[in-house]
Design a protein around this ligand. Structure first.
Ligand SMILES: [Zn+2]
Length: 287
């Protein structure tokens, strides 16, 4: 098999007891596979030690090491806040972030999909900032937020593919978005101890717990906000008889047997919110 231009990336196996070096082998656009290779630079010849794909040898006209680029997002599915875009660049192990501001998700801008162009701007700025060659292979997260970026890559002959980003970049971009959500007012313990804290209905209940102050934090251009963003709320009073609840308004614990305020609204399900009876703000002292 002859490939005109082959790119190889050294990958060290993760088992320290049996260290192996693999090489990811790409031709122009798509990955050919992974193997252990012997590469003779002078003869431009590669011998594949294992016959894991197609042929056991490959002749190349040109080969060079490449540095992977990864692009991921966090918050594109979060009802509150803008969206964080993260970059990882193998060379120098660079990780950086930028945000699509919340106003891109208001009804007017969201309808025009201006956030899509903003993603292209953010990624282009990353490439400029770190002098990333435009022929490095790029892995892009599969989410809707990158639809226009994918077109941009295709039109400009970038080498890219859709993947589910995992590992360092994913962890860091999610942490960055979580910190940002806390800066918007989401309680830190809610983010830390709630399973899937950014699920739509969990955030919707948090918004309704202090509606007038929090509705301005929402992606109001979403269809689901049009549907569930202005529902009638029923208020009631009661006594908390179960331990372990937190007030969704101030974020502090509600003591057992203490008086509470109960808010109820129906979206596509019944939602119940528990608050301190006289909870006034983030600095509520009643816990
Ligand atoms: Zn409270």
């Amino acid at each position: 098999m002859v490939a005109r231009s082959v790119r190889v990336r050294k990958v060290v196996g993760s088992n320290p007891a049996a260290p192996t070096i693999f090489y990811l082998i790409y031709n122009h656009k798509k990955p050919l596979g992974t193997d252990v290779v012997f590469y003779n630079l002078k003869k431009n010849f590669m011998l594949f030690i294992h016959n894991t794909f197609i042929h056991n040898s490959i002749q190349v006209n040109k080969a060079r090491w490449f540095d992977l680029v990864q692009i991921d997002d966090a918050g594109s599915g979060s009802l509150i806040g803008g969206t964080c875009i993260g970059l990882y660049f193998d060379k120098g192990r660079i990780i950086d972030f930028d945000f699509i501001p919340l106003e891109f998700f208001n009804p007017e801008n969201f309808k025009k999909k201006l956030y899509q162009q903003q993603v292209i701007n953010i990624v282009s700025n990353f490439f400029l900032k770190y002098s990333i060659p435009t022929d490095e292979p790029i892995e892009v997260c599969q989410g809707y937020i990158f639809d226009a970026l994918r077109n941009y890559f295709a039109q400009n002959d970038f080498i890219w593919k859709n993947v589910k980003i995992q590992g360092v970049l994913q962890d860091k971009v999610e942490k960055t978005f979580a910190d940002y959500a806390v800066s918007l007012g989401l309680p830190e313990n809610y983010v830390l101890f709630t399973k899937y804290p950014f699920h739509f209905h969990k955030l919707l209940r948090w918004v309704y717990a202090d509606y007038d102050a929090r509705k301005s934090l929402c992606k109001t251009g979403w269809k689901s906000w049009k549907k569930y963003g202005d529902l009638p709320v029923e208020a009631d009073f009661g006594i908390m008889d179960v331990p372990g609840y937190y007030c969704l308004k101030c974020g502090k614990k509600i003591r057992t047997k203490s008086p509470i305020r109960i808010l109820k609204f129906f979206s596509n399900r019944q939602n119940i919110i528990y608050l301190h009876e006289d909870c006034a703000s983030k600095t509520c002292q009643t816990s």
